[in-house]
Design a protein around this ligand. Structure first.
Ligand SMILES: [Zn+2]
Ligand SMILES: [Zn+2]
Length: 148
């Protein structure tokens, strides 16, 4: 079977990339770092094996910032648009769902929900930090009713 590929790009289009095959995991992260870096209340993430993500154009325009050795955040030096974050310790690359608009984003969990600023009622499991297999406590938080 041929692997499906989806096209992604930065805000201005100078940097283009593709993701191929199926992601390892999809969900929402509510952590402080994701919120600050993405300037949004929640980050929709898709995690891929590093070799499933390929930069096809504008590799010389890609800037990198790593506050910690766990995360290498990549962005376009022309427009400042974020493209993805490499997590070498976990062996995955987090491609922001918003950067691959044609990809069918089907989140299955919430992580770092203890840090949330935007409660959601979607019936999906809400992990306090991370699932056990990703090095977290595996504890979940009950969904609280959203104030009317
Ligand atoms: Zn750009
Ligand atoms: Zn996060």
């Amino acid at each position: 079977m041929e692997e499906r590929s989806y096209h992604g790009s930065c805000f201005c289009g100078a940097v283009e990339f593709t993701v191929s095959g199926a992601p390892v995991q999809m969900g929402y992260c509510h952590c402080d770092s994701c919120r600050q870096w993405s300037a949004a209340p929640v980050n929709g993430f898709t995690l891929w094996k590093p070799d499933a993500v390929r930069i096809t154009q504008g590799a010389d325009k890609v800037g990198v910032f790593n506050k910690t050795p766990r995360s290498y955040r990549k962005w376009c030096k022309s427009c400042g648009g974020h493209i993805f974050t490499e997590h070498p310790g976990w062996g995955v690359t987090d491609v922001y769902a918003a950067a691959i608009p044609q990809f069918p984003f089907r989140p299955v969990l919430h992580v770092n929900y203890q840090e949330t600023v935007l409660r959601m009622q979607d019936g999906l499991p809400k992990f306090k930090d991370m699932p056990k297999e990703m090095g977290g406590s595996g504890e979940t938080i009950a969904e609280l009713p959203v104030a009317a």
